[in-house]
Ligand binder design. Structure first.
Ligand code: AKG
Ligand code: FE2
Length: 402
């Protein structure tokens, strides 16, 4: 057994020794009274959550390392509160997000119909899949394979990239919000800021370097097409979102959701909305992504050649609530094969922290007054980086109460 492997194994054994934690004993972690109460329980049982988190983080093994080590019970800091766990089983099997064919997007005869479809999907679902978007299926598969290959590298190679350096460059870590969230989730991610400041190409791991660079280019083309349709759907010029620099800040994330031995006790990614303008998501064939539609969770099943698009908080706000930024989550993976997803987040590129943003003036009228107040980029970024995925969104914070 190599030294690094021995260390991983040692860590895993350490986690196995953790007392098994009954989820129904877990108090509501967001309630300050219970937090205090819980700290007391932890003190009594000798459980030091911060120490466990740090040990896991510093081991750099990620959930992939835990999963590969053959553990049969998950560390306690991954266990979610009972109200999250009891909701995991409730998913609808009949509904599905709209699928929109973009093959005729440049045909004058068909354009308006596609604009209507995109508008309807963004208004009612906040999520849709696009097909015939111009990226060939083999290119989608190569991108997935490259990210899978990154996560499958031996610990010795991959751990060199492990760091927490949010908001810039390239980083690989387990759970971006590990120290902010109430409970950790069963995924690892490779992340790279592609714009406005692209990473040094040599900082992108070699095993997926060309694919990440190529994906940035092709996903941005699709995003810009979709943004034109979304802009027209609001009755504005196709080029309006581009003019407002809505695709000028971009983050690439390659998630890996390895097999989880106790998928009923945790999640793959905690329910959240995306903060930005739009997100484009490519997933492999392993299911798990769900979106909230009305009171139901709906499975987003992989479609061959499909790319999933969703509206982020920023777009909901500037569209004055017309387009919906919808809660989504990923279930902890119960399949033997890892679930891989490639996510591109598109955000406004203007970096002046003191500029005000809010519902676009051209969408407001006496009949349709602003439903959100204006905010600065600084307030928006602070809100994002100070919270876990599971906390209050920007939207709730700036909604004008009547
Ligand atoms: O992996 C997925 O399918 C969803 C990921 C996601 O929602 C996110 O990274 O914001
Ligand atoms: Fe998301």
């Amino acid at each position: 057994m190599g030294a690094a492997v021995a260390i991983i194994y040692d860590k895993a054994k350490h986690y196995l020794r953790n007392p098994y934690f009954q989820p129904n004993q877990q108090p509501d972690a967001r309630n300050p009274y219970f937090l205090k109460h819980m700290a007391a329980i932890d003190a009594a049982s000798g459980y030091d959550r911060m120490k466990e988190l740090k040990e896991f983080d510093e081991s750099k093994i990620g959930v992939k390392g835990l999963s590969d080590s053959g553990i049969t019970s998950i560390p306690r800091f991954f266990v979610h509160p009972p109200e999250t766990l009891s909701d995991l089983k409730s998913s609808s099997t009949c509904a599905s997000i709209p699928i929109i064919d973009l093959s005729a997007v440049n045909s004058a005869a068909h354009r308006q119909k596609i604009v209507e479809q995109v508008k309807e999907a963004a208004t009612t679902w906040g999520f849709f899949q696009v097909i015939n978007h111009g990226i060939p299926v083999p290119a989608l598969e190569e991108t997935i394979s490259a990210i899978k290959a990154f996560h499958e590298q031996p610990h010795e190679v991959k751990s060199k990239y492990y760091k927490r350096d949010e908001g810039q460059g390239v980083m690989y870590a387990s759970n971006n919000d590990l120290y902010r969230a109430n409970a950790a989730a069963w995924h690892d991610s490779l992340q790279a800021w592609m714009a406005p400041t692209p990473p040094k190409v040599e900082d992108i791991p070699e095993v997926c370097r060309n694919e990440v660079v190529a994906w940035d280019k092709s996903a941005t083309e699709v995003a810009e097409t979709v943004m034109e349709l979304l802009s027209q759907g609001l009755g504005m010029e196709a080029g309006k979102f581009k003019e407002l620099m809505f695709s000028d800040a971009r983050a690439f994330v390659g998630h890996c959701y390895p097999y989880c031995p106790q998928p009923d006790l945790t999640v793959g990614i905690t329910s959240h909305t995306d903060p930005g303008v739009v997100t484009i998501l490519l997933q492999n064939h392993v299911p798990g992504l769900q979106v909230k539609h009305g009171d139901e969770w709906v499975n987003v099943n992989p479609v061959l050649g499909g790319l999933i698009i969703n509206v982020g908080d920023f777009l909901q706000i500037i569209s004055n609530g017309e387009y919906k930024s919808v809660q989504h989550r990923v279930l902890a993976n119960s399949y033997n094969e890892a679930r891989i997803s490639i996510v591109m987040f598109f955000n406004v590129g203007k970096l002046n922290e003191n500029d005000y943003y809010g519902p676009l003036p051209e969408l407001l009228s006496p009949e349709k007054p602003a439903v959100y107040r204006n905010f600065t980029m600084q307030e928006y970024l602070e809100n994002f980086y100070c919270k876990g995925l599971d906390s209050k969104s920007m939207i709730e914070k700036i909604t004008i109460q009547n």
